[in-house]
Design a protein around this ligand. Structure first.
Ligand code: FES
Ligand code: FE2
Length: 319
């Protein structure tokens, strides 16, 4: 599956990197000089230690803290202690293991599977299902919007329940009276994104000025490229497994739900980042929960273990 990992401009310049958690995997995402954004399992090719032990940084190389194997941001192993005295070690075989990356809507999307599913069929397919065509979401120019507000929630619940809850509106009239004032059709219990097989945006109520809690105008300009049919309408897309995209005429809300690995063993906890984008100042900051342990639970294997990297340093056993 493709996962929305972070906003591309969270890596504002070359040599920035961040670690993100995708399921049980931790992934390094970095902006390189030569290939734009790349991503790797945060697993040293030597003996499997976590290479980056902090959430983010800026550096020309990535160095593992255990035996100082050093990787270029393009993933190649570029240095290791005593490497010249280990002629049997083929450096080209011990780079960081890459992860599939796509950029879309100004976000970095990651798939940790060896063979990723088609991005077009899956992620863009969700947009086609909701909007009829991918081009309709381009009208909002999400790549060029600025971050207006970020909210992070830590929810002690199975993340799938939150996805499920979001996709139904049977609870809207009881739980969200403000919302049903703004979007009256939600009071009927149907969060319909398609009606009778047709693309369907939900109309704002007659006296409603904007998609705000009290229905007053937001004060933001309407996004310049939206189609007449998108005016005064709310659309929602669920991009499985964990992203919601909501569009209204003057801003966009993107929500991502990240299962919390630290709690997943005992119960089920969920972190969420909710980002609201509009044309204007007030950029906030992206936050997302991540584990703090320095070990790794990755299922990613390192490359084939080094036959004899150092007399003091036996290779990582195979599994
Ligand atoms: S250098 Fe990373 S585990 Fe040895
Ligand atoms: Fe709700």
């Amino acid at each position: 599956m493709w996962n929305c990992a972070l906003r591309a401009d969270d890596l504002p310049s070359v040599s920035h990197w961040k670690t993100v958690t995708i399921g049980r995997e931790e992934v390094i995402v970095t902006r390189t000089r030569t290939v734009s954004i790349k991503a790797y399992f945060n697993v040293c090719a030597h003996r499997g230690m976590r290479v980056c032990t902090t959430g983010e940084g800026k550096s020309r190389t990535l160095q593992c803290g255990y035996h100082a194997w050093t990787y270029a941001l393009e993933g190649d192993l570029v240095a290791a202690p005593n490497l010249t005295s280990m002629p049997d070690v083929d450096r080209s075989r011990y780079g960081l293991r890459p992860v599939h990356v796509r950029e879309w809507l100004g976000y970095v999307w990651i798939c940790v599977a060896e063979e990723p599913p088609s991005f077009d069929d899956t992620v863009l397919g969700e947009v086609r299902t909701r909007f009829g065509q991918v081009e309709s979401i381009d009208n909002y120019g999400i790549e060029s919007l600025r971050r207006g507000e970020t909210k992070t929630y830590d929810v002690a619940a199975n993340w799938k329940l939150i996805i499920e809850n979001f996709m139904e509106c049977y609870h809207c009239a009881t739980i969200h009276p403000e919302l049903t004032e703004v979007i009256p059709e939600f009071a009927d219990g149907l969060a319909s994104q398609r009606k009778n097989g047709e693309v369907h945006g939900s109309n704002f109520g007659e006296d409603i000025g904007g998609f705000t809690v009290d229905g007053s105008a937001s004060g933001f300009e309407e996004l310049p490229s939206i189609a007449p049919a998108q005016d005064r309408k709310y659309y929602a897309i669920t991009v499985k497994p964990h992203v919601f995209i909501n569009t209204v005429p003057d801003h966009v809300i993107i929500k991502g739900w990240f299962p919390s690995p630290s709690r997943a063993r005992s119960s089920s906890a969920t972190g969420c980042s909710c980002l609201r984008w509009w044309r204007g100042p007030t950029p906030g900051s992206w936050t997302s929960p991540r584990p703090s342990s320095s070990s790794t639970a990755s299922t990613s294997r390192t490359s084939t273990p080094v036959s004899s990297p150092s007399p003091r340093c036996p290779p990582r056993p195979t599994r």
